[in-house]
Design a protein around this ligand. Structure first.
Ligand SMILES: C[S@@+](CC[C@H](N)C(=O)[O-])C[C@H]1O[C@@H](n2cnc3c(N)ncnc32)[C@H](O)[C@@H]1O
Length: 195
């Protein structure tokens, strides 16, 4: 249901968009990846086309866990766990890439900091944190459709998130060397930060 909703909301461009995002992550054949808030594991399946190594998905939604585990049951290198991403993960310096897609905006700021810290700890030195989410922008300067989506279709935290200097926050957590990819007329950003 979640996947279908995204396809409709994006004007049927979501599949093309998300494939491009995963391509832009620059995944290498031996990369170990952790996905924070992995949802239905649609993104994990796409990432799995680039790496032969372990991919871990973390989520707390029972429906999401059911769908994702079913979807990934043939992929022996994919492990999906029930885990609240606000808590420390059991992994230390294990992953080459940490991915978080349309999850971070839904938390209050102190919890965002916790999630960023948890991703930092799970990454190997020089590992990459790949954050796919809304870009920073002034909602008042956007067209009525975008304003409508943020007013009626998104949680209030999303409107706060777009005003946050995410690079500053990531720098404070120890990340450096930022790379950005923009989509949907710059409304959406893949921000890649190095540990
Ligand atoms: C908007 S969906 C995005 C799913 C997926 N990342 C994607 O892009 O398709 C947000 C996901 O975050 C999960 N989530 C929310 N709070 C969480 C938490 N505290 N710990 C782990 N997962 C969480 C939800 O269950 C849901 O699957």
């Amino acid at each position: 249901m979640y996947d279908k909703l995204m396809v409709v909301l994006s004007g049927f461009s979501y599949d093309r968009f998300i494939k491009k995002v995963i391509e832009d992550m620059g995944i290498e054949k031996n990369d170990k990846i952790i996905d924070f808030g992995s949802g239905t594991a649609k993104n994990i399946c796409l990432m799995n086309e680039y790496t032969n190594n372990l991919i871990v998905g973390l989520d707390i939604g029972s429906e999401m866990l059911y769908v994702s585990k079913k979807r990934c049951r043939e992929h022996k290198n994919v492990k999906i766990f029930y885990h609240d991403i606000r808590s420390k993960t059991p992994f230390v310096e294990e992953f080459d890439k940490a991915f978080i897609s349309f999850v971070l905006h839904g938390f209050i700021d102190s919890q965002r900091n916790e999630i960023i810290k948890n991703a930092y700890e799970a990454l190997k030195p020089k590992g990459k944190f790949c954050i796919l989410d809304y870009n920073e922008f002034d909602l008042n300067k956007k067209n009525p459709f975008v304003r409508w989506v943020f007013k009626y279709g998104e949680c209030p935290l999303a409107s706060e998130f777009i005003g946050i200097d995410l690079k500053k926050k990531l720098k404070e957590a120890g990340f450096k060397h930022f790379e950005e990819h923009l989509y949907y007329s710059t409304l959406v950003r893949l921000l890649i930060a190095e540990k």
